[in-house]
Design a protein around this ligand. Sequence first.
Ligand code: SF4
Length: 458
Amino acid sequence: MPSVYIKTYGCQMNERDSEAVAAQLVAKGYSLARSEAAADVILLNTCSVRDLAEQKALRKMENVAAETRRKRPGVVLGFLGCMAQSRGRELIDRLPDVDLVIGTQKFHRVAEHLDDLLAGRRDQVVDVAAEEGSEATIRGHLLDGNARKSVTAFVSIMQGCNQYCTFCIVPYTRGEERSRSIPDIIAEGAELVARGVKEITLLGQIVTSYGKRELPVQNGKSAFVQLLEAVHGIEGLERIRFTSPHPKGYGDDLVDAYARLPKLCESAHLPVQSGSDRVLKLMHRGYTRRRYLEIIEKLRRARPGIGISTDLIVGFPGETEADFEETLSLVREVEFDQAYLFKYSPRRDTPAAGMAGQLPQPVKEERNQRLLELINEVAQRRYQNLVGRRTQILVEGPSKKNPARMSGRTRCNKIVVFEGSERHRGRLVEVEITRAGSFTLYGDPEILNPEPITDSRP
Ligand code: SF4
């Protein structure tokens, strides 16, 4: 059977989609190639959130096509995902060497299209139509990747977004919100736990909107909170996380879930994007600075020590120096543990791309630099404050930077590196934090408790 190489650009949703495509192909007998040089099929799973990501994928495909067509003309080349969805056939018009273009609702059809192409039944395939029920098809997992068991897994609970933030291309590439059913998600979660998974992250473009149309509010609990409760009931599961939520989805029922559900980790990624109400309105975010701060306060009251991260955009059209100062002051006020910073990049067909007041690149660069320095300074302080404390980690495997050491994650989502061994993988252990680096903590091996601790609270 042929071998396939998949390169993924962009977010965790794309990583998850690529994993599901790989699992689908492995189940059909394909092998996974470690590099494109040896692969019979080369697929690029693309991202459209920033122009840079699209340009990178286009350049990569140009280079791959130039290289492989000369030496191995039979290799199948394909684009998957967001850019494939938004550009469709245009990609083949631009790069005629491309054989396959698969949109965001068609990942589950990759194997059948590849069969047709490899058997010579078709020359090229473009499949970007909407498909009812496709949100329930991102299911397959590759838990034994790298010949080692995974202890954490992502479960896709929904697709699409109806928020239409003015800067974002996602509603156009991923479509309207569509949610899987709770029993379907629980069945996948239980299967993962039976295969050794200890921590599940529920995944979607806007997870807090899960099931809004399909499931009525019950006893004051939104569909998303009902789902969290159901996942919490999976026997053997130790930890639950979710990403990405929207601040407007943090009602009191969700805040209360943090206080009630011990498996729900005290960690929240709350994308704020800007500290200025004027800019938030232009962005169509649906909350104010005050409301955002209220949510943070309630979360910190429900779970003291909760890890809070965010996304921020600098240089949105019309952002004044005063607006930007409000973002700086919000970062000082909240004291985020981690923040992901993006320079505004106009995306075609989005309202913000046509707004007046587009800012010059040097202004974006300068604001980006100032905000980055502040984020790092705040985070360093927060990480430093953890030195000397004992905390629970779930050991995930060897550290990416130094495979001779093991690495785990605290409940508030911070990486801890320590001198452990394979026997610790998948275990909940308690460590004392001895040192803080840049977005990494270090634990002392001498006080490492190799026995699983029963109380899953920190
Ligand atoms: S909530 Fe806004 S930023 Fe997030 S995916 Fe939806 S439109 Fe994009």
